[in-house]
Design a protein around this ligand. Structure first.
Ligand code: XMP
Length: 510
C-alpha cells in the first residue's frame, strides 16, 4: 500500500488517481494517522499531499513525526515538502504572496525520481511558504526560477520533496515523476485493477451499510447507473432505486431503464410517473430559468414524497457523485480548500430526511467510472452515453413546453441519434441532440404547401463542457439526417444546423 496523507489539497484525489493509473494500490489517510497504523497496514511508501495551510499557522495540520522513522520512502509535495523542512531540521520562509502558475524546472541530478526524464520541464506551482534551507542529509536536485530547492532528496533515507505539483496535468511529465517514485523508489507492484476497486468498494459498502436499506435516485445517466450496479452487487435487495419519469425524457428512455435495472439486474426499481404533474406546472411558462427552477423543485418534491412512501427503514441515500463534482473548480485560488464544496444533486434532501449520504464513486473520475461500469456488466450504450441535462427535453423545447412539441422533438432526436450511432459519429462527439424551435416555416411536400416547425441539430465536441466547438459532420450525413427528419416527422418543415461554439454560446439552448 502507498499511503497518501491528506493535508487538504484539492489535488489529493488527483495524486490518488495518478497512483491508480500506475496500477499500484494506494489509500488516502487523514494527515494525522499514526505511524503505527501505517506500519500495521503494510505501507511501503508515503506521500504527503499539499494543503491550503501554512506550516506557520496556529493549527497547521501535522503528521505523526514517527512516520519518518518507519524506514519507508516519503515524498512531500508542496505543503508536504514544507512540513519536511520544518520537521526534519531545515528552514521555511513565510510568504504572503503565493507563487502560482507555470515555472521551468531544471534538473541537476536526475536520481531515481527524474530518471530518463528531460533536464528541463514546465511545471505547475501553487504555494505560499517555501523552503529556504535544506534539512540535514538532503541535497537539492532541481531548481526553478523562484526556488533553489524545487526538488530535494535524501538518498540514504529515500526522502524526496517536490515544491511544485507533479500530479496536475499542467506539470509536464509529472505523472512519470510519480511513477518513478512508486515503482523505482517504493518498489510498488502493478496489480491494482478496476476489479480490485470493485472488490474493495463492495466490502466497504457492506461494512458501512450493515443491514440498512439504501435508496438511490436513478436517472439513467452514467454516474447513477454505475452507482446502482455497484450497490446492487454489494447489497442486492437492500437497495431500492427510484426513477422519476418527469415527462421530459427522450423516446424509450423509461422503458430502457425498466428493462435493464428491473428485469436484467433484478434491482428493486420503483418508477414514479410524475409526467402529468411536471407538464401541468410548466404550462404557460416560457422563461428558461423559471422552467429550470420549476423542474428542479418538482423533482425534489416528487422524490421526497416517494421517499416517504417507500423509505421505511431506509438509512442511506446513495448518489453517483464523482470526484469532479466534489470540487467546484480545478482553478487554483488563494485558498484551494475554500473552493471545495460538497455536491448535492438533490439539494438538502439528505439533511431534511435525516438520511446518511453514501457516495461510492466519489473518489473516481469519469473515465474510471466508465471502466467500473463495464466491469460490472453494464452495456456499452449506458456506459458511453452522452451527458443529458437534469431538466431534460424541458430545456430543449424552447419557450413553453407542451406534449405535442415534446413528441415532435422526441421523434427528431431519435432519428439524429440513430444516424449518429450508425455512422460511428456518436462515440466521437461530446453531445448530439435536437432542439425544438417554436417558429414555423414554409415548406412544400409533393404539391402541398406546409407550414410547420423547425428543428435545430446541435452536435459538439468538448473535453469538459466548459468550452465546446461544433462538430464538422460530413455533409452527406447531415443531408441524410435532415431528409429523414423532414420526411418522417410530421409537422417539421425545416432542419437547421447550430454552428456556434461555447463560448459565446452554451451547449444547450436554454
Ligand atoms: P451548457 O449548456 O451550460 O451545458 O453549455 C454544459 C453541460 O451541462 C449540461 N447541462 C446540465 N446538466 N443539469 C445537468 O445535470 C442541468 O440543469 C444542465 N444544464 C446543462 C449540458 O447538457 C452540457 O453537457
Amino acid at each position: 500500500t502507498i499511503a497518501v496523507l491528506d493535508f487538504g489539497s484539492q489535488y489529493t484525489q488527483i495524486i490518488a488517481r495518478r497512483i491508480r493509473e500506475c496500477e499500484a494500490y494506494s489509500r488516502l489517510y487523514p494527515y494525522g494517522t499514526s505511524a503505527e497504523q501505517l506500519r500495521a497496514d503494510g505501507v511501503i511508501g508515503i506521500i504527503l499531499s499539499g494543503g491550503p495551510s501554512s506550516v506557520f499557522a496556529k493549527n497547521a495540520p501535522l503528521p505523526d513525526p514517527k512516520i519518518f522513522e518507519l524506514g519507508v520512502p516519503v515524498l512531500g509535495i508542496c505543503y508536504g515538502v514544507q512540513l519536511m523542512g520544518r520537521l526534519l531540521g531545515g528552514a521555511v520562509a513565510k510568504s504572503k504572496e503565493r507563487e502560482y502558475g507555470h515555472g521551468t524546472l531544471s534538473i541537476a541530478k536526475p536520481g531515481r525520481l527524474f530518471n530518463k526524464l528531460p533536464r528541463k520541464l514546465r511545471v505547475w506551482n501553487s504555494h505560499g511558504d517555501k523552503l529556504t534551507a535544506l534539512p540535514p542529509g538532503f541535497a537539492a536536485i532541481g531548481t526553478t526560477e523562484n526556488s533553489p530547492y524545487a526538488v530535494i532528496e535524501d538518498r540514504a533515507r529515500n526522502f524526496y520533496g517536490i515544491q511544485f505539483h507533479p500530479e496536475v496535468f499542467h506539470s509536464e511529465r509529472g505523472s512519470d515523476v510519480l511513477r518513478n517514485f512508486l515503482l523505482n523508489v517504493c518498489g510498488a507492484t502493478q496489480d491494482w485493477t478496476t476489479k480490485d476497486f470493485i472488490k474493495h468498494a463492495v466490502s466497504d459498502i457492506r461494512r458501512t451499510v450493515g443491514k440498512s436499506r439504501v435508496l438511490l435516485g436513478l436517472s439513467g445517466g452514467v454516474d447513477s447507473s454505475v452507482a446502482a450496479a455497484l450497490l446492487h452487487r454489494a447489497i442486492g435487495k437492500q437497495l431500492t432505486c427510484v426513477f422519476v419519469d418527469n415527462g421530459l425524457l427522450r423516446a424509450g428512455e423509461r422503458e430502457a431503464v425498466e428493462a435493464l435495472y428491473g428485469r436484467h439486474f433484478k434491482i428493486d426499481l420503483r418508477v414514479v410517473d410524475a409526467s402529468a404533474l411536471f407538464l401541468r406546472r410548466l404550462k404557460g411558462v416560457s422563461e428558461p430559468e423559471q422552467k429550470r427552477k420549476i423542474i428542479g423543485r418538482t423533482f425534489v418534491e416528487v422524490f421526497e414524497k416517494s421517499l416517504k412512501q417507500i423509505g421505511k427503514g431506509v438509512d442511506y441515500l446513495a448518489q453517483g457523485t464523482l470526484y469532479p463534482d466534489v470540487i467546484e473548480s480545478v482553478a487554483i485560488d488563494n485558498n484551494p480548500a475554500a473552493l471545495i464544496k460538497s455536491h448535492h444533486n438533490v439539494g438538502g434532501l439528505p439533511e431534511r430526511m435525516k438520511l446518511k449520504l453514501l457516495e461510492p464513486l466519489r473518489e473516481l473520475f469519469k473515465d474510471e467510472v466508465r471502466a467500473v461500469g463495464e466491469a460490472l456488466g453494464l452495456p456499452r450504450e449506458v456506459v458511453w452515453r452522452h451527458p443529458f441535462p437534469g431538466p431534460g427535453l424541458g430545456v430543449r423545447v424552447l419557450g413553453e413546453v407542451t406534449r405535442d412539441k415534446l413528441e415532435v422533438l422526441r421523434q427528431a432526436d431519435t432519428i439524429l441519434l440513430e444516424e449518429m450511432r450508425k455512422s460511428g459519429w456518436y462515440a466521437k462527439v461530446w453531445q448530439a441532440f435536437c432542439v425544438f424551435l417554436p417558429v414555423k416555416s414554409v415548406g412544400v411536400i409533393g404539391d402541398e404547401r406546409n407550414y410547420s416547425w423547425v428543428i435545430a441539430v446541435r452536435v459538439v465536441e468538448s473535453i469538459d463542457a466548459m468550452t465546446a466547438d461544433w462538430t464538422r459532420l460530413p455533409y452527406d450525413l447531415l443531408q441524410h439526417i435532415s431528409n429523414r427528419i423532414t420526411n418522417e416527422v410530421r409537422d417539421v418543415s425545416r432542419v437547421v444546423l447550430d454552428i456556434s461554439s461555447k463560448p459565446p454560446a452554451t451547449i444547450e439552448w436554454e
